[in-house]
Design a protein. Structure first.
Length: 572
C-alpha cells in the first residue's frame, strides 16, 4: 500500500528534526500541512519493492537486477540511501560501465532530508564520495547531489530512495583510471606498475598466536606500495600516493607512440653526445622520468599546462632514501597535453599527453672530461685537439686520486702541465691553450664530444698551489670569465656530483665524501646555439703568466685538470 504526503520544503526541514527512528506517518498527516510541494513521500515498502513496482523506474530496476544490487540490499539488515532515475533519464544516459554506475546509486547510510546540508559528502558502494549542495533563492530551496537535483525523496522501510533529475556519473579516482587504461597506453601503465609491490602491513595486522618456532602469527594485512612514486616526509609519514583519494592529484597520460618516441630520441642523444651506447642506467633514468613527470600532488590547471612557466611533479622522500627526491621539470612550451578534454577524477584531474620529450638536462646529467686525455691522443690528434700558444714542455703529472667509495671508482688526479716558452717570456705575451672537447672511449681511443644546443654551466678544475697568475676562459670564442683564480684544487669543490652519487651515503666511509668527483668551480653560463649537436672549444688564456715566469717564479705554469658542462634547467 502506498501513501503520499505533500508539504512545503520549509516544513520538511523543521519537522524532520525528530529522531529518524520515529514513524513519519505519526507526524505528517495531510490535515497538518498545506499541500504545495511533492518533494517527499512515505511508503510502506522496502526500497526494492518501491523501485520494482514503479513503472517509470523500470529501466533502473532492470539495471539493479542485472548487477545484483537488489540481492545485496536484501542481504543486509540495515538502512540505505538509493539514488534512482526515471526511464527518460536512463534512456539518455550513456552507461559504459553498468557495475560502476549501479554502485554509484547506493550508500550504506540512510540520509534523512534534514542531513542534506551544503558540503556533505555521501560515500557510495563503489567508494566514491558525492557532494551535496544547496541553492536557495527568496522563494525556493533546491538540493543537489553531484550537480543532479533531487526531484523527490521517498522514505521506505529500509531507508530512502532519492529520485534524481540527472544521471550521476561518479568520476573515477586517478588509480582507477590508470588501471582501466587500454592497450594504446600499455607502455606507460606497465612502467608505473613495474614499481608496485604488495607488502605486509605489520601495524594493521592483528596478532593471532605464536607458531612452534616462537614467531608471532598474524591475521595478515597486505598493502600495495609504489616504490618509485609513494612520497613520505623526512620522518617517514606518508605525504602522497597515487592510490589514495584523500590527496588532490593530477596525472598526465602518454600513449605508447609517445613513450617509445621519447625513449628512442633520448637513446640517440646518448650516442651522439656521450660517445657511447645507452646502457641499463640510461633506460632506468629515462623510464623513471616518464613516470615521475606524469604525477602531481595538486590539481594542475589547464592554464598552467598551456602556459610558459615550468611546473614540477610530486616531490618528497622515497621510502628508504636518505635524501628528498625533487619533482621533475615539465616545460609546457615543449611538452603538450590535450587541455580541451580533461578527465575529471574523484581526487583531481587527468589529461592525455600529446607531445613528450625527455629533456636534455635529464638525458645529459653532465659532460665531464679531463685535460690529461691528451696523453691518449696520437700526435695528429694532439696537434688537432690541443692548440698551445706560447706554452711548451707539456707533460702529465700524477698526484694520486680519490676513492674508490664502494661501487664508485677511483678518480685520478692527473693534470696536464705546461710552461711559458722562452719566446713568450721574452715578450711577456699572452699564453693560451684551446681544447676541442674530447672524451676517452672504453677502447682507449678519443672522440670529439658532440653537444646538444642549449644552456650549460661551464665548470673547471686546475690545481691549488698558490699560483699567482689569472686565467681568461673562452667558450666557442666567447669570453666567459676574465678573472679566474687557478687555485681550484682539482674538482674538489662540492659543486655537482656524478649521477646517482649521494655524499651523505658515504660520510661514514670518508670525511671527504662531499668532494668526490665534483664538477669543478663555476666559470659561467654558456649557450650552444643552433639546432644540431656540435663540437665545442674551451680556451684557457693568461695575459700575466709569461711575465711571472720571466721573473723566475717557478709557479708561473699551467696545470689543468678538468672541464664540465652541466645542463641548466633552461636546457630542456
Amino acid at each position: 500500500m502506498k501513501r503520499s504526503y505533500l508539504f512545503t520544503i520549509a516544513a520538511v526541514i523543521m519537522l524532520l528534526s525528530f529522531s529518524c527512528s520515529e514513524k513519519w506517518d505519526q507526524h505528517y498527516l495531510p490535515s497538518d500541512k498545506e499541500v504545495n510541494s511533492d518533494l517527499v513521500e512515505v511508503v510502506d515498502m522496502s526500497a526494492e519493492e518501491y523501485i520494482q513496482s514503479t513503472a517509470d523506474l523500470s529501466e533502473i530496476a532492470d539495471l539493479f537486477t542485472n548487477q545484483e544490487i537488489f540481492t545485496r540490499l536484501e542481504g543486509k539488515d540495515q538502512q540505505f540511501t538509493v539514488f534512482v532515475y526515471s526511464n527518460s533519464v536512463m534512456s539518455g544516459a550513456q552507461i559504459d560501465e553498468p557495475d560502476f554506475f549501479a554502485e554509484t546509486c547506493v550508500s550504506d547510510l540512510a540520509f534523512t532530508p534534514t542531513k542534506l546540508v551544503d558540503g556533505l559528502s555521501i560515500q557510495m558502494w563503489n567508494g566514491k564520495y558525492l557532494e551535496v549542495s544547496v541553492e536557495k533563492t527568496t522563494s525556493t530551496t533546491d538540493y543537489f547531489v553531484a550537480d543532479s537535483r533531487i526531484a523527490k525523496i521517498i522514505q521506505v522501510n529500509n531507508g530512502y530512495v532519492y529520485l534524481m533529475s540527472d544521471a550521476i556519473f561518479a568520476p573515477k579516482s586517478l588509480y582507477e583510471v590508470l588501471n582501466s587504461l587500454g592497450p594504446d597506453y600499455s607502455a606507460f601503465k606497465e612502467l608505473v606498475f613495474n614499481y608496485e609491490e604488495r607488502v605486509f602491513d605489520r601495524d594493521n595486522s592483528v596478532p593471532v598466536g605464536v607458531d612452534n618456532t616462537g614467531n608471532t602469527v598474524y591475521d595478515s594485512v597486505f598493502v600495495t606500495k609504489n616504490l618509485l612514486m609513494d612520497r613520505y616526509s623526512s620522518g617517514g609519514s606518508e605525504t602522497w600516493t597515487m592510490r589514495s583519494e584523500f590527496y588532490a592529484s593530477t596525472m598526465l597520460i602518454p600513449n605508447n607512440t609517445l613513450v617509445e618516441g621519447a625513449l628512442s630520441k633520448a637513446y640517440q642523444d646518448v650516442r651522439d653526445a656521450l660517445n657511447r651506447e645507452p646502457n641499463a642506467n640510461d633506460s632506468l633514468k629515462f623510464e623513471q622520468y616518464i613516470i615521475k613527470s606524469a604525477f602531481y600532488d595538486y590539481v594542475v590547471s589547464a592554464d598552467s599546462l598551456d602556459g610558459v612557466t615550468d611546473i614540477y611533479s610530486v616531490s618528497g622522500y622515497i621510502e628508504g632514501e636518505s635524501a628528498s627526491t625533487p619533482g621533475v621539470q615539465w616545460r609546457p612550451s615543449v611538452q603538450k597535453v590535450n587541455t580541451a578534454n580533461p578527465l575529471t577524477l574523484s581526487n583531481g584531474v587527468a589529461y592525455y599527453t600529446t607531445a613528450l620529450k625527455i629533456p636534455n638536462n635529464v638525458v645529459i646529467h653532465r659532460i665531464k672530461n679531463r685535460f690529461y686525455i691528451w696523453e691518449y691522443c696520437n700526435e695528429t690528434e694532439k696537434a688537432e685537439y690541443y692548440k698551445w700558444v706560447g706554452l711548451g714542455d707539456i707533460s702529465i703529472t700524477d698526484d694520486g686520486g680519490f676513492g674508490p667509495l664502494g661501487p664508485w671508482p677511483f678518480v685520478p688526479y692527473k693534470t696536464v702541465r705546461a710552461w711559458p716558452t722562452d719566446e713568450a717570456k721574452a715578450s711577456e705575451s699572452v699564453c693560451s691553450v684551446e681544447l676541442t672537447g674530447i672524451s676517452l672511449k672504453e677502447d682507449g681511443t678519443v672522440a670529439v664530444v658532440m653537444v646538444p644546443p642549449g644552456e650549460y654551466h661551464l665548470r673547471m678544475g686546475f690545481k691549488s698551489n698558490k699560483f699567482p697568475h689569472t686565467f681568461q676562459i673562452y667558450f666557442n670564442d666567447e669570453l666567459v670569465n676574465d678573472n679566474i683564480n687557478p687555485n681550484i684544487h682539482y674538482d674538489r669543490t662540492g659543486l655537482g656530483y656524478a649521477e646517482g652519487y649521494v655524499p651523505a651515503d658515504w660520510a661514514a666511509v670518508s670525511n671527504r665524501s662531499s668532494y668526490y668527483d665534483c664538477d669543478g668551480a663555476e666559470i659561467g653560463i654558456v649557450t650552444i646555439t643552433g639546432t644540431e649537436l656540435q663540437p665545442i672549444k674551451i680556451k684557457v688564456s693568461s695575459d700575466d703568466i709569461a711575465a711571472i715566469a720571466a721573473s723566475g717564479n717557478t709557479k708561473g705554469r699551467y696545470q689543468l685538470y678538468c672541464w664540465t658542462l652541466r645542463p641548466t634547467e633552461n636546457n630542456y
